[in-house]
Design a binder for this molecule. Sequence first.
Ligand code: BGC
Length: 507
Amino acid sequence: MAVVVSNANAPAFEAKMTVYVFICVMIAAVGGLIFGYDIGISGGVSAMDDFLKEFFPAVWERKKHVHENNYCKYDNQFLQLFTSSLYLAALVASFFASATCSKLGRRPTMQFASIFFLIGVGLTAGAVNLVMLIIGRLFLGFGVGFGNQAVPLFLSEIAPAQLRGGLNIVFQLMVTIGILIANIVNYFTATVHPYGWRIALGGAGIPAVILLFGSLLIIETPTSLIERNKNEQGKEALRKIRGVDDINDEYESIVHACDIASQVKDPYRKLLKPASRPPFIIGMLLQLFQQFTGINAIMFYAPVLFQTVGFGSDAALLSAVITGTINVLATFVGIYLVDKTGRRFLLLQSSVHMLICQLIIGIILAKDLGITGTLGRPQALVVVIFVCVYVMGFAWSWGPLGWLIPSETFPLETRSAGFAVAVSCNMFFTFVIAQAFLSMLCGMRSGIFFFFSAWIIVMGLFAFFFIPETKGIAIDDMRESVWKPHWFWKRYMLPEDDHQDVEKRNA
Ligand code: BGC
């Protein structure tokens, strides 16, 4: 795969934020929205009785005896598979998607994504048995794999250089908005009997149709065209999106970037070389850590979790709407702060912040929520408040930075391959949490929060010692300004790689 991600710190070529680019960005960002919707919808649906009765009668039976075991009423491998199968499919799909992205382009890859989404929506909303439901989730997962590969790449290539960083986080913002919309839809459809869950699952069809028709309107990115030797079309596309006459400098720079990238025949092998180790290791571990903050225990299963601490169905779904809203709002704080305070500050601050929240929640549950019975009203309220404060910390740090850091720390030759590996790792660890959380909640009870707390300590220490600040560093200057001076990573910066780099630059 030789996808090229344009140089984010390229000299600021003349460019306007044209209406056309704006429309393209909006349409592509719908891909993030669908991803978020799929994250948020499954938890609410899993808590709906009509849905459980139809597909998971054993869970429904157990739920009726709600006071017999708080922590285990939702523990069911198939129910977890309903959520997790999507991420497994996305993991596999992202490798195919990175091939279609480079061979066919970003636009067709997004079109494939929307077709997969539509098939998935049809199968899940119309499901008459568990097999149909799970196959539907797998199709949605293919859509997520294709969409999450193509959309961030498309956004970074189509945006004027000076807006590229902000636009990267727009993807995360759309994910959070998608989660919130799903939470709201869950809240309202839960009262529609007996088919509310069909409406909730079918809702993803609306953005999928927008993406399908929208992606017929949008342009292929100049980089993708030039990469496939369609230079004249690439130039034309660039003129169209930039809204200025003189696009020659930017055009030359893309051609140059494509030339360099095409010299690297196998970027995946290059990822295994010592010089790639710092961004590669950090990029993969960030995904592990992002998921082991425990965030998706909340995002997927918030309604279930809130019922566990004793809220009724309605209040639990409403609480999920509140955490979803906080998730969106705090992402804006992240967008605002990331280039001011820097990445390290946000990662370290939020590690302490999330640790305190997890500990408080764990202690209250351990002390006050027995295996049977419910929490008192004040304690249940404190739990919801600390879940909200916790989500806030995640949303301005490990959430967006888990995507931003891998997109800005790889050198051009391995940038796309490195990002594809990071996306797949993210899907893998998301799958693990989705598949295991309800069983872990049953087996570990309140201990699950101490489990996540321990991970947060590990990730905080990792960030402190191993994640360098990359704020304001030119994207192709990481080696000189970040890795070479770093106390640990400098050992992988071998002199012969400098030599190769210089040769390449002079070529
Ligand atoms: C994560 C998702 C998570 C979401 C929550 C994203 O950065 O990758 O797994 O559900 O943030 O907003």
